[in-house]
Design a protein around this ligand. Structure first.
Ligand SMILES: Nc1ncnc2c1ncn2[C@@H]1O[C@H](COP(=O)(O)OP(=O)(O)OP(=O)(O)O)[C@@H](O)[C@H]1O
Length: 342
């Protein structure tokens, strides 16, 4: 039987600094063995949440519990239960990896004999056995991240909180990190993995929490989020001949006006393609296809361009500006230029 009670739970967690609300009524729950992707842009409130969870910051109101222990008042239990891997590896001059792990093991109160065994175990789990005698400061970012995971595992925590583990990694190291997260989850660890961008890591997460400006915008499995998010959908109409493009652009524009539903319509003559975005649902969009076919235009394909995770994230990020339409426009402009640049 699975345990129905969550291992990590925050209820209306709020943190204010004077008038400024860094975290606003965050309620999330994570079950044992799950990987939570905690995603939000810079300044969203991720670090604030993590600092509360690991007992380093006092919330203004609300509660946070890990395996039943209160993150604020039961810090000893929390320290034993949680392994926290910060984004910044730190500077450790003239320290070899084995010594580094020994140092942190001692800080966790692990006995000397036990540490010797444990260091080999965690290095093996992290795929970093060969690094044991290397100097920490000479390691690449990808190697450092493996050692950081080994360090976080030293006291065998039930919950691991990894802050931006994919930050600064090359594509291969990102893939390795993804496998590592899955391996940790298979071992029964519960993981919170933060990111300010939508990384490939999100694809290994069982659930995703997206926050912006301190507020939870979406929470659930990736599929649920993709379904729920109000999204402008993009359609492509593949034509047979490039001469049709201007006519079909006109047809779609007229139809949109008649429907009183603005669409952005663009034509690409070199591809014999017309693209448009709309918020209409399947039932509402079907008459357009009938209209196009009825007009006598030869249509090779009419298809929706699948929305990817990145679009979903940008859509959620846009919701944070709902109170201010002008700001929203700026945000979507930035998002578009970032997308174009990436
Ligand atoms: N001590 C503080 N006093 C005032 N404001 C603070 C303080 N600490 C954090 N903040 C503000 O709270 C907001 C949330 O910050 P937080 O560090 O949690 O964001 P984040 O999602 O972790 O961002 P990043 O990805 O950049 O680390 C930010 O606007 C930040 O400037």
């Amino acid at each position: 039987m699975t345990d129905p009670s969550p291992i990590i739970e925050t209820v209306n967690l709020t943190k204010r600094y004077d008038e400024f609300t860094a975290l606003d009524s965050l309620s999330i729950s994570v079950h044992s063995g799950q990987i939570l992707g905690f995603i939000g842009p810079n300044g969203a409130g991720k670090t604030t949440t993590i600092r509360i969870l690991v007992g380093l910051l006092k919330p203004t109101s609300g509660s946070a519990r890990i395996a039943g222990a209160d993150c604020l008042t039961e810090s000893r239990k929390i320290k034993r239960l949680v392994g926290y891997m910060p984004d910044d590896f730190g500077k450790y001059n003239n320290m070899r990896v084995g010594e580094y792990l020994d140092f942190f093991g001692a800080a966790y109160g692990i006995g000397r004999r036990q540490r010797i065994v444990r260091i080999d175990e965690v290095l093996e789990i992290a795929g970093a056995t060969y690094m044991k005698d290397l100097f920490v400061d000479a390691l690449s970012r990808g190697m450092q991240q493996r050692v950081a995971i080994a360090r976080t595992l030293m006291h065998d925590p039930q919950v691991m909180i990894l802050d931006e583990p994919a930050n600064g990694l090359d594509p291969q190291a990102r893939i390795d990190m993804r496998s590592m997260l899955l391996r940790l989850a298979e071992m029964g660890k519960t993981l919170i993995v933060t990111s300010h961008i939508l990384p490939e890591l999100a694809r290994v997460c069982d659930i995703v929490a997206m926050i912006t400006k301190g507020r939870l915008r979406a929470f659930g499995t990736l599929d649920e989020i993709m379904r729920d998010i109000q999204q402008r959908r993009t359609f492509e109409i593949q034509l047979v001949d490039h001469d049709q493009v201007d006519r079909v652009v006109g047809l779609v524009e007229n139809w949109s006006r008649e429907m009183d539903h603005p669409s952005e319509v663009t034509g690409a003559k070199t591809e014999s393609m017309v693209r448009f975005t709309t918020e209409l649902n399947d039932r509402e969009i079907t008459p357009l296809l009938t209209h196009l076919v009825g007009s006598g235009e030869a249509i090779a394909q009419f298809r929706e361009v699948p929305t990817d995770l990145e679009d979903a994230f940008l859509s959620v990020a846009g919701q944070s500006h709902d109170d201010d339409a002008a700001e929203k426009q700026v945000a979507s402009g930035q998002a578009a230029s970032e997308q174009a640049a990436s």
